[in-house]
Design a protein around this ligand. Sequence first.
Ligand code: NOJ
Ligand code: CA
Length: 711
Amino acid sequence: MINLNDMKTFFRTVGRVLAFLLVGESLSAQQLQSPDGKLCMNFALQEGGKPCYELTFEGKTVLRPSLLGLYFKDNTDFCHGMTVEDTETTTFDETWNPVWGEESAIRNHYNELLVHLRQPSTNRRLDLRFRLFDDGLGLRYEFPMQRELNYFIITEECTQFALTGDHIAWWIPGDYDTQEYDYTRSRLSEIRQYMGASITDNLSQTSFSPTGVQTALMLKSDDGLYINLHEAALVNYPCMHLNLDDKNFVFTSWLTPDANGDKAYMQSPCHTPWRTVIVSDDARDILASRLTLNLNDPCRIEDTSWIKPCKYMGVWWEMITGMSDWSYTNEVPNVHLGETDYTQLKPHGRHGATTENVKRYIDFAAKHGFDALLVEGWNQGWEDWFGNFKDEVFDFVSPYPDFDLPAIRDYAREKGIKMIMHHETSSSIRNYERHMDEAYRFMKENGYDAVKSGYVGDIIPKGQNHYCQWQVNHYLYAVKKAADYKIMVNAHEAVRPTGLCRTWPNLIGNESARGSEYQAFGGSKPGHTAILPFTRLVGGPMDYTPGLFENDIRKYNPNNTSWVNTTLCNQLSLYVTMYSPLQMAADLPQTYERFLDAFQFIKDVAVDWEQSWYLEAEPMAYVTIARKAKGCDEWFIGSTCGEEARTSDIVLDFLPKGKYIATIYQDGKNAHYRNNPQAYQIRSQKVTEKSRLKLWTAPGGGYAIRIVPFS
Ligand code: NOJ
Ligand code: CA
């Protein structure tokens, strides 16, 4: 039966389509609906042959008519003078199984519209491919093979996202070289005013515009729509930023330039990445969306048996806090690889990666059932590693004299701990590529199956940007080559992920956002981990490095007055809410010794999942997720709370009918991230699939629950 609301929606939709057709040329207007019919996309050529699309969700406008197009270096463009040659529509429905993930089966179901365009004045052809899923839209430009457009240079892409009003946005500033910002929540009209303040001193912002932001961008309209703008399958193309016209609330794509100011070097046949719009009237659906993964190609690695999710510790936090150092000596003003004999140099005594210290971590990690250990500062070169545009800093195969690699390798093997290699490239890309084969071979010879790579500092060669096409190609080159060696990659400071881990599941992690290291560099906002699942994690898992139990960093380094802006239980919740197949327990063994009862959750929590349920969510305010471990009957729940305390209210109806024991790690009474972060309580209670839990979470707090069957 049709009710009044349905009728209203129907007439609103029809009216809007008619209006759209009137601005466009009715001959070329095309409509596409999502499989469930809730999303509707219209494509048309506007006057002058300008490609244009609009999007609605249940009759509400998500995007007003928004232009599409590209500019080329030869002063031609695909922004006007286009005609529709032909269109094709298809439907696709499959379920695929990721190697690792938030669930073991993912449905990829969409309706597709392919529009073949031609520009009579140049006789060039362009295809526009639209995929409409139940959770959003993907669109991309495709350039068929053609004599008229063989090699070409894109100087700008003009993909618009015309919003309906002054939405709330959760954003970080546009920047060609870093993503490590705290998020700002503001109206779109306030971005310009907040921009300066969101740029902190330790980051060199190279934003192109006072209203330029990065993706994934999270938005909320006054009529209750949650909208997420990002990209999928970023391959051989520069990373996209968004530039806002803050009078009309229209975002336009802004591609990262290379050293010459060009954007993309192309040869047909080729295509751009997907531009994505995830939409729902329920914030939880944004977290549940698999649109980004679905728009990537299936796995290209045949045998994936060597790719394993893992939980690890690291000789790391002590360096980040300044308690110890990556470097070995103060004596070397200028390290020249292969010419510096470190055995002749006086150690400064603060080196973290000593054999003895590494063995201490191995002992602790093994005792508590961890899979792996990362060691940073193991290799020569840290005395003079970045900031001076030195081409050759590290060779990735030369350990410091006090890091006995064979002894550590054998010790770790004996204790059942896998070693994770560290390759800080200092952004000297030529140097890394020169050494890459040797470095990966060296890893395999010494039993290392995973590498954490890093790209700190300006890119060498000079002038290239961290997110330009050339650099984007490097990150993927490193991942593909690693796959040849059966090596898993966790790249820090690399371009923000766009779902490529579906195709290359050996890319088990990225940082590519403000990680927990900033809790030792002045702190992050308490709501930071309640916004990341809506933004950075839309593209893929993050090596966020949770597990910080000590808030007062002065205890590690009297000169470091930074404070960890979360409660201890908030840190526990992150193992569930910040999905990653690679999870670190980032704090020091001696700190975990003080809180062994709470540490138990980190030991127990799974890292790979069969199914996930998104129970509560509001960007930057709270995220509550339940997950079932893959291959065993254990469930975990995490609830991460932002700045404001709240009471989480959940029903355990995702559990199969039965009796269970839930172990609850909850903020203690009066817990607060600022002045009482280590207050927590742990209790066990019997639950069933009917149980309802109301749990208080402190400002910057959270809870974590483990549920196991009880008989
Ligand atoms: C920045 C990375 O995010 C951090 O984890 C690493 O320790 C340093 N670079 C040094 O490579
Ligand atoms: Ca970093």
